[in-house]
Design a protein around this ligand. Structure first.
Ligand SMILES: [Zn+2]
Length: 501
């Protein structure tokens, strides 16, 4: 493989693009905040999972070994920002009359199912918060020992002012002005246990009606939301690791709190590069239940929502998201998804066209090879690598893939040109196109229930052509056309492709 350009990522903490080199050369530790499992997965979950799936795939293509940890929050995520709230999963369990773990299991299952449909490979480790209570308690004990937390009425709170006085980096990741946070005179009503409104819970004493609870040195209770990610990332990736990812909505308070807890515990900052994925909009608006536009992934896959004109396949959703850079917002609309579907089909047709190039190739000799063509193909491939190395710019990588597609189409349309491409040039074109499409962007040709039927009809079509039964030929063409497919006749036989018009 050619030498690849160095990687650069935008680090939320320093607010600039930085050269990325793993702490241990050849090994990358990556932690991504996973879902809180109290409801069906939505576009925001999908976007984070897809972006980091592509990052992991690309790092692995470059030869790095990646340990990809993505947690499942099955306890401790409070309903409100305020620490006085109720556990989201506990609340859902009460509403649905289920065991809390039944709720968590159900939505963990649907989350995994939907991410698999979107072509996201499972993480290397998928730790559950509820399975790491001792680790979280140990961390809270350590922070107490450091004098950066305090116990109050059976709960434990992180002391933001004391932390800030010692380390001074609270607010760095989110860009929040800490003086303002600390000067906040927000009412402490209902949270009188706290010394300051900016303090957050490390451990909460459970009231008698609370259904998820564990014993601890302070009370029977449950961990705060932020502490799980500090505890589980340190356990599986070490106290300093390469990349921490998540949605932009997690910048504050979640990631700010996470970094402060880990720093307080281990005396150094836990993460080299913080990467945040921007938000998803629907028809130009933020998604929200009150706006009636909170469409979950299943509804996209089935088309079962009043705002959707049709079903959109998982690969259409994935491809649509990858057409945007991860730090830009993406706006979902029927028009945009239909355009993405069409664009994806053009790329799929490119895969079929490539196969045919190889079938045609033996008929052309190597006598007229034009070395310039191979150089051009090589430059086009390099452009795609450059895009991915430049802060994972999948938007530009997709544009680069279309440039390769154009070359494939030119060769398929005028196969005489194959004489002029060297074997190495054609192999580079074919391998790169397939690798970027399938292995890096993680797209796939979606199985179609009609495929066996299609093959049978195509065989009939070929027979009818040979026997010159033109009425049958026309009828079969019409059938394919109605299904959005075209039969194309070439010197080397007939084949089916998506209708690109
Ligand atoms: Zn997290």
């Amino acid at each position: 493989m050619q030498t690849l350009p160095p990687l650069h990522f935008y680090n939320s903490k320093t607010r600039q693009k930085e050269r990325f080199t793993p702490i241990t050369p050849g090994f990358v530790g990556l932690y991504l905040c996973g879902p809180t499992v109290y409801g069906d997965a939505h576009l925001g979950h999908a976007r984070s999972a897809i972006v980091f799936d592509v990052l992991v795939r690309y790092l692995r293509l470059r030869g790095d070994k990646v340990r990809y940890v993505r947690n499942v929050t099955d306890v401790g995520h409070l309903v409100a920002d305020a620490d006085a709230g109720e556990d989201k999963i506990g609340k859902m369990a009460r509403l649905e009359q289920l065991e809390p773990m039944e709720v968590a299991q159900r939505y963990t299952n649907t989350y995994r199912r939907d991410m698999a449909a979107l072509g996201c490979e499972p993480p290397s480790i998928e730790p559950l918060a509820s399975g790491h209570i001792p680790e979280q308690i140990a961390m809270v004990e350590q922070i107490l020992k450091e004098g950066l937390a305090y116990e109050s009425e059976g709960s434990v709170y992180f002391d933001v002012r004391a932390y800030q006085a010692r380390y001074g980096d609270y607010g760095q990741i989110s860009g929040r002005v800490v003086d303002e946070l600390l000067a906040a005179t927000r009412d402490l009503a209902g949270q009188e246990e706290k010394r300051h409104p900016a303090d957050f819970a490390l451990w909460k004493k459970a009231d008698p009606t609370h259904i998820m609870r564990w014993p601890s040195p302070w009370s029977v209770g449950f961990p705060g939301w932020h502490i799980e990610c500090s505890a589980m990332s340190a356990k599986y990736l070490g106290t300093e690791f390469d990349i921490h990812g998540g949605g932009m909505d997690l910048l504050f308070p979640h990631h700010e709190a996470e970094q402060a807890q880990s720093h307080a515990c281990h005396h150094h900052s836990p993460v080299r590069t913080w990467m945040h994925v921007n938000m998803v909009q629907v028809n130009g608006q933020k998604m929200g239940k009150s706006l009636g536009n909170a469409i979950n992934l299943r509804q996209f896959f089935t088309g079962d929502h009043p705002l959707l004109e049709q079903a959109y396949s998982p690969m259409t959703i994935r491809f649509f998201m990858l057409q945007a850079h991860y730090r830009s917002t993406v706006d979902f609309s029927n028009d945009a998804l239909q355009a993405a579907r069409k664009g994806l089909r053009r790329l799929v047709n490119g895969l079929g066209a490539l196969d045919r190039l190889y079938a045609m190739r033996p008929q052309f000799g190597p006598e007229d090879v034009d070395a310039g063509l191979e150089t051009q193909i090589s430059a086009e491939v390099a452009t795609i690598h450059q895009a991915l190395c430049d802060d994972l710019n999948t938007a530009q990588a997709v544009a680069g893939l279309y440039a390769l597609l154009k070359r494939i189409q030119t060769l398929a349309g005028k196969p005489e040109g194959l004489v002029r491409v060297s074997d190495a040039g054609l192999d580079l074109l074919a391998t790169s196109y397939r690798t970027f499409f399938l292995d890096v962007l993680g797209l796939k040709v979606e199985p179609n229930d009609l495929t066996p039927l299609q093959d049978g009809l195509l065989a009939q079509y070929k027979t009818a052509k040979e026997t010159k039964e033109w009425a049958t030929v026309d009828a079969l063409r019409g059938l394919f056309k109605a299904a959005g497919l075209l039969i194309q006749d070439g010197k080397h036989g007939s084949f089916v492709a998506y209708d690109e018009n």
